[in-house]
Design a protein around this ligand. Sequence first.
Ligand code: DGJ
Length: 716
Amino acid sequence: MQIYYQEETRTFYLNTRNTSYVFFVNELGDLEHLYYGKRIPNVDLRYLAYRHGYPFTPYFAETGACCAPDTYFREYPFGGSGDFRICAAELGGKDVCGMISQYVSHCIKKGDARIEGLPCAHGGAESLEVTLSDCEKNIRIVLHYTVYPDCDAITRRAEIINCGRNAVRLIKAASLSLDLSGHDYERVDLAGTYMFERAVVQRNALSYGKIGSFSSKGCTGHHGNPFVALCARGADEENGEVYGFNLVYSGNYENEIEVSAKGNTRIVSGIGGGLDQTLEAGRSFRTPEAVSVFSENGLGGMSRLFHDFIREHIVPRKWAYAHRPVVVNTWETCLFDVSEEKIMGMVRSAKEMGAEILVLDDGWFRPDDKQGLGDWKIDAEKFPSGLKKLSEKLHENGMGFGLWFEPEMVNPNSDLFREHPEYAANNGKGLLSRNQLVLDFSNRTVVDFVFEKMKSVLDGLQIEYLKWDFNRYITEPCGAAGKRGAFLHNYMLGVYSLLDRITRRYPNILIESCAGGGGRFDLGMLCYSPQIWASDNTDPFNRIAIQFGTSLAYPNSVISSHVTHGVVAGFPANLRLRSATSEFGPYGYEFNPDSICIEDRILLKNWKDEVCRREELMLRGDLYRLIAEDKFVAYMLVSKDKTSALFTLIQYYFTAADEVKRVRLRGLNEKAFYRNSSDGKIYSGAVLMNAGLLLDGLVCAGGKAERIEFTQVDCL
Ligand code: DGJ
């Protein structure tokens, strides 16, 4: 039993393999948080409840000054309840009593529960629902918790139901609120920008007051990510206590962290940018799900828990551990200049490099980015035989087919916009970005229309892969309701409903999500699409920073990466380094295979075979980040049973100070012996993990990539 309720003390215990989460119903009927951290026995922890009155802390006459909502730890604090810290939810409306929400009932169930209209994790072990009510009984709040014992993960969400007679205004409704003792923590999150998404790993000590991260762009954005961690001060890559949080959502988010005047920490995470929904009588609002994990094994331990959780419980089951086809994508080599002739001309050499799917990116329906988006009418001059015929011809030649779409957008210069300007958000009266407008996905008619359009293209195609792009942020539109927050959330519900319908209709098409590179890299999209294009920056030196940052919260198997000619860092990198960088996640190519000499094609084919042979490590392995310096990165992927591992070193540049360097391996079995594929010798796990490997020969031009496989052998 993972979830347990102790009647006498009115305490709830949520346990995973290594963690415990405890709260109780206090004398006010409020849910008071007691503990989250390393697994402990289910004992009475109420001695930890903070009972002290301070000047200026409001209290209820019945319980007296010692039970002050502004000081004790709370599960889901409503604004206006005598608690001046950041709140989890806030309501407005004349019938709403903004006091403490009081416990009404609870139930514990096996498994998890779907959230209507929103993506969520699957395969949970047990769930708890606690129902609360405001003092006038107009508002009911249901807090949902699900435990995922093997990944040490707990998901949380809230449902707010208007049981009164009048509409209420839901100003804020977060998914998670957590109070932690003290503030000896450092906040770690991911920053970046277009072409450098999540590459900046920020780490800052907490101090009094409020800090946070957010998106107001209508998507999670290139600049940040809903993931955030709180590390105990001094925690490092492999040691120390770390709490990690993320949201199963792809729209605006906000992570607020406050150190209160009494020195304790509160984190509140949920939809950002001002929710502002009107809740009519009898209607309810469901927040997205938030995920939290706790690890004693540093940031690396936290990452591995998130990786397991995402692979097991977020990514669609069908794709979680399925072979990821090696694609060759037309974008970086052809841009809009694609044609049937060009595509068919690439097939032979693409096959020589080992590509399995040819992806026709943007340009199949328009000459540039100024027109045609939304019409999805094939350019008959470029593709005289049509897409169906093209897909058949590719398959006859032993090549799969993939297609690019950007379902949520429209060019003003399109038949769709001329016929239905009202389908664009704000009737198209707003700012342009990349010559395009956002369709009003909060309007179900628009979503239905786009679904029919996509069907008319996809039905009958022999197609294995779909690239779902999103190339601008959402600016001023506010939809029919006139409220930006409500519009943006309803927009996301429209996107999810289209994704849901497309994935149901075409269960065998693998969707790769993309947003002008990695502008929508989040757990919401991963519920439909098992991999996401991490960035338009494919320069290997930049890309490895993007991938390392992203790996803090997301597993290798979802971080799509292609070998290209791309140069951003300013100097050309050799092919081996490009390939090694791409092997980090689902592998592919983004150059014209004909531009590669036959020797390099053979080289690439051999590497692709190696990548596929080692694919299980990428799909299922445990990631250990060994070195993350300016000049080098090194990491390992270790199989769950620790019998095989892949060590990768990537070096950008060299100074004489790097001539003598050792690196200690991680994650192996200390008692086992391993064959080193580079020198053929056998080493003990204990030696590799403590004495380490010698990295020599670091002098190189255009960067260096070294991959060493370690395979367990029976004995010396
Ligand atoms: C942005 C994507 O990130 C690129 O890979 C490419 O698909 C273009 N959009 C096409 O317009």
